[in-house]
Write a protein that binds this ligand. Structure first.
Ligand code: AMP
Ligand code: ZN
Length: 113
């Protein structure tokens, strides 16, 4: 499958890693929207978007949420952070490998959309 984030997980495309375990991978976004902007993804291409999450494949999504506080702490986000998952064209999802944006490092805008 020709997937940018699968290529990042395999190392074919380089990335700036923040955290990894056997299920998930976190790396700095190439075009940061905040002082800290990290992407957190399942290593396996289990879902293109939130619409594909099922009871059978959601263990790595649970792992992502279990590890977000740890990843935020690694990134020094003591003041808090925001997690965003874009799903589909109205949300401007550009990479069809499910991912969560972890944003912080400043007081973020109160406007979400
Ligand atoms: P989304 O718009 O929610 O699909 O988010 C995709 C994100 O992937 C964007 O924030 C991009 O800046 C980011 N991105 C695209 N290519 C790379 C890359 N090679 N390394 C890191 N982040 C990337
Ligand atoms: Zn993929």
């Amino acid at each position: 499958m020709d997937c940018l984030f699968c290529k990042i997980v395999s190392g074919e495309i380089p990335s700036n890693k923040v955290y990894e375990d056997e299920m998930i991978y976190a790396f700095h976004d190439i075009n940061p929207m905040a002082p800290v902007h990290i992407l957190i993804i399942p290593k396996e291409h289990i879902a293109s978007s939130m619409n594909d999450v099922t009871g059978e494949n959601s263990a790595c999504i649970a792992r992502i949420f279990e590890k977000i506080p740890h990843i935020a702490a690694l990134a020094g986000l003591a003041g808090g952070y925001r997690v965003i998952c874009n799903c589909g064209p109205d949300a401007d999802q550009t990479v069809l490998h499910i991912h969560f944006h972890l944003l912080g490092g400043k007081k973020l805008s109160a406007t979400l959309g």
